[in-house]
Design a protein around this ligand. Structure first.
Ligand code: FES
Ligand code: FES
Length: 173
């Protein structure tokens, strides 16, 4: 067993884990963060997507020991002051989910996309979410949600910049 330190959603946890334990199991079973879902368990569906230092990974394949001393963001870490994040709200407003099982992974992967590419084209969205499988929606409403989220995130950042008395440096659709 190995003692590791995980910085999850801004909180530091010291946990003792099996050296081959997937990060997914530690998040769900040790830390109680059950928003991250297990679909396939073998790296195909993306339901288990979390961010490690801002990069999306399949936590079912990522060893917890490899996350030692790294920043981990789960779906629970995206909400702001108890409210839905702009990406979460865009999925709700645009029907980007049905059963919802894939949604935490979709939302986390979308957050990573928008952090890197604030105004993605539909092709860029489909490419970025290619590793996230949805059996319900047919993907059209998901792409629409991500496009809406791009606009919402842009407006929110612009408002914050204006409040701070600065000119927004990025413009978005
Ligand atoms: S549960 Fe990890 S990719 Fe499917
Ligand atoms: S909403 Fe059901 S799997 Fe995507």
């Amino acid at each position: 067993m190995h003692a590791i330190t995980l910085h999850v959603n801004g909180t530091t946890h010291r946990v003792v884990v099996d050296p081959i334990a997937p990060l997914l199991r530690v998040l769900r079973d040790e830390l109680g963060l059950t928003g991250t879902k297990e679909g396939c368990g073998t790296g195909y569906c993306g339901a288990c997507t979390v961010l490690i230092e801002e990069l999306p990974v399949n936590s079912c394949l990522y060893f917890a020991v490899d996350a030692d001393n790294k920043r981990v963001t789960t779906i629970e870490g995206l909400s702001q002051d108890g409210s839905l994040s702009p990406v979460q709200q865009a999925f709700v407003d645009n029907g980007g989910l049905q059963c919802g099982y894939c949604t935490p992974g979709m939302v986390v992967a979308t957050q990573a996309l928008l952090d890197d590419t604030p105004d993605p084209s539909p092709e860029q969205i489909r490419s970025a979410l290619a590793g996230n499988i949805c059996r319900c929606t047919g993907y059209q409403s998901i792409v629409k949600s991500v496009r809406a989220a791009a606009g919402a995130v842009g407006r929110s950042e612009a408002a914050n910049e204006t409040k701070r008395g600065r000119t927004p440096v990025r413009s978005r659709a």
